[in-house]
Design a protein around this ligand. Structure first.
Ligand code: ATP
Ligand code: MG
Length: 591
């Protein structure tokens, strides 16, 4: 399998940078890669006395030490149209105060500081203030219901949570007794509860004089919960040294530089929204755009136009929604400020890459990583041609391979191009997770024979590009074929009526499994027998009868995580009438 995509209708996009485009931060792949070491990358971080390293210090104070405090750091676009700007000096001052607030409340190094907030300025101050204080920052997505909030805060031993009055009342108060030592700080509470604190007066009384905690590179800094696409979310532990990888990977994979206006659309409740929505761009010194609102094609394009966004990092689900909204909406805006587009979180269908090239004049650059890896590992780079449908090539400092688990407990590296196997990484990059919280056994199982096993299946082609096949659990075995749902979904998406597709395997007495597709239609199309036949025929033409779905069903929408990933396990469970498992991150549940 595989040739269908690479040799299919989507030709490689040859990179020809216009004359006015800057030389990529990674100007050339092979040489830079072979000369790169993390040890050397670490020395570029000036750190602080005693070899310490602190993410907040690198993201903020670093710029002040260089006299760049007045540079713009963050522009916040409120839902109601309010705009607030923060310079590096202002963010530094606020996070110093927040760290002092934590100290006064008795929250210290290693203590877990949670946030349950929308994308408001206080979230960014809390994140960097907690890191400055040496506490561990754990962001939660504000749309979680009370149970997912409870489960994560209890698992994470929350000492303090920053939230709003309404979120507190609905999502924490009902179970608060379970965490007797928890301090609750409300950003808008105005003293409404006897056992909560109000942030504003605390900030006003706090000092900016306290120093940054003398954290070391291996001190725990961030606690991130995985998306829960395949089961119960896990708490991944990251340390301060991760900042080295955040910085380096953003320079290479996002081509980010200090004069960029950078918009990462991910919510900080997910790892992308923290690693690249807060930390990495600030260490580089660029200006962040933060939009409080939810997805809206019209408004998103307006933001890019008004803010002159130059580097844009988003996700396939958003890109598919933009495609659904149509090209006219994009063409109504001046999007010429965009110079680099990137995507992460799910496989990016080749259709979307070709579409973006047509509509924005630039391809989306897909990249691959996980909560566990803390930063981008494999990417389509500015200096390399883009193969639509491929995740790209490993970054400098990252050794990736396709491996097979062996019965004896080891792994074998599959060198043959296009062999399907598990995507594995050689441990040692700085943002690698240091554990699953309270689940040491599961953490250890991830490492076999000197490799970290990602749980994703992929292939590598002869040019060294990696191609996503599917998550281990999602791959379909049908009549001797190994079928990746991504490949089938991508073919379905090429049909003009299809806006979204999810593909699963169903048990079959003869074939082992058969392929079934679920599709949501673009505006203007209606479900019907003729359309179903047409979609099936299209898939057979593209994929051949052995791989094409045997059945397609229409859905208004597909089950997705709140971070936008299609939950194939839910499609499958519903189809088979089986228990649906952990639904804490399912969109639309429990908010
Ligand atoms: P859980 O581990 O709880 O099931 P999750 O794996 O979705 O959830 P994340 O860490 O947020 O949690 O997502 C990482 C996963 O997302 C990867 O392992 C991969 O399956 C998928 N992914 C991320 N980027 C890409 C990409 N560019 N192409 C294909 N898949 C991707
Ligand atoms: Mg995962």
């Amino acid at each position: 399998m595989g040739d269908r995509i690479e040799n299919g209708i989507f030709a490689t996009i040859r990179k020809q940078l216009a004359e006015d485009e800057p030389v990529p931060n990674l100007p050339e792949y092979d040489g830079e890669r072979s000369g790169f070491t993390w040890a050397e990358a670490r020395t570029a971080f000036d750190g602080r006395a005693g070899g310490g390293l602190n993410i907040a210090d690198q993201a903020l104070d670093f710029h002040l030490r260089r006299g760049d405090g007045n540079r713009p750091a963050l522009r916040w676009l409120g839902r109601d149209g309010t705009v607030r700007d923060f310079t590096y000096a202002e963010l530094t001052a606020r996070t110093r105060r927040f760290a002092d607030v934590l100290r006064r409340l008795g929250v210290g190094r290693g203590d877990r500081v949670f946030s349950l907030l929308g994308r408001v300025p206080e979230l960014y101050v809390a994140a960097l203030g907690a890191l400055r204080n040496g506490s561990v920052f754990a962001p939660l997505f504000a749309a979680f219901g009370p149970e997912p909030v409870r489960a994560r805060m209890v698992l994470g031993d929350a000492r303090l949570v920053v939230t709003t009055e309404s979120l507190y009342r609905r999502k924490i108060l009902p179970w608060r007794a379970e965490l007797p030592g928890l301090r609750v700080v409300l950003i808008d509470g105005a003293g409404r509860y006897p056992d909560t604190d109000d942030l504003d007066p605390l900030m006003a009384a706090a000092s900016e004089e306290g120093g940054t905690a003398p954290t070391g590179p291996e001190d725990m800094a961030l606690l991130h919960f995985t998306s829960g696409t395949t089961g119960r979310p896990k708490g991944a532990i990251h340390v301060h040294e991760a900042v080295v990888a955040h910085h380096v990977t953003a320079r290479y994979a996002l081509d980010l530089r200090p004069d960029d206006v950078f918009w990462c659309t991910a919510d900080p409740g997910w790892v992308t929204g923290t690693s690249y929505g807060i930390i990495a761009p600030l260490t580089i010194g660029c200006r962040l755009v933060v939009d409080e609102g939810e997805f809206d094609a019209e408004r998103w394009y307006r933001i890019i136009e008004r803010e002159r966004v130059s580097v844009w990092y988003t996700a396939p689900t958003a890109i598919r929604m933009l495609m659904r909204a149509g090209e006219e909406v994009a063409k109504a805006r001046d999007l010429s400020s965009l110079r680099f587009l990137a995507s992460v979180g799910e496989p990016l269908n080749p259709e979307a890459v070709v579409w973006s090239r047509r509509v924005f004049g630039r391809p989306f650059h897909d990249n691959w990583w996980q909560t566990e890896t803390g930063g981008i590992m494999i990417a389509n780079l500015q200096c390399l041609d883009v193969k639509p449908g491929s995740m790209g090539r490993p970054l400098p400092g990252i050794e990736a391979a396709i491996v097979a688990r062996e019965p004896g407990g080891g792994v074998a590296v599959l060198d043959q191009p296009m062999a399907v196997g598990e995507l594995a990484l050689r441990p040692g990059w700085p943002s690698m997770f240091r554990g699953y919280l309270h689940d040491e056994a599961r953490y250890r199982q991830c490492f076999v024979g000197g490799w970290y096993l990602s749980g994703d299946l992929a292939r590598r082609d002869a040019d060294g590009y990696f191609w996503f096949v599917g998550r281990g659990d999602d791959v379909i075995k049908s009549a001797g074929h190994l079928i990746g749902p991504f490949e089938v979904e991508s073919a379905l998406l090429e049909h003009p009526a299809v806006a979204e597709a999810g593909v699963i395997g169903l048990p079959d007495p003869v074939a082992g499994e058969t392929v079934k597709g679920f599709v949501a239609l673009k505006p203007g199309y209606r479900p019907g027998e003729a359309l179903r036949e047409d979609i099936l025929a299209h898939a057979r033409r593209r994929l051949g009868p052995a791989v094409a779905p045997k059945a397609v069903e229409f859905r208004d929408q597909l089950p997705r995580t709140r971070s936008g990933k299609i939950m194939r396990r839910v499609l499958k469970a519903r189809e088979l009438g089986l228990p649906e498992g952990d639904l804490s991150t399912l969109e639309g549940e429990g908010a």
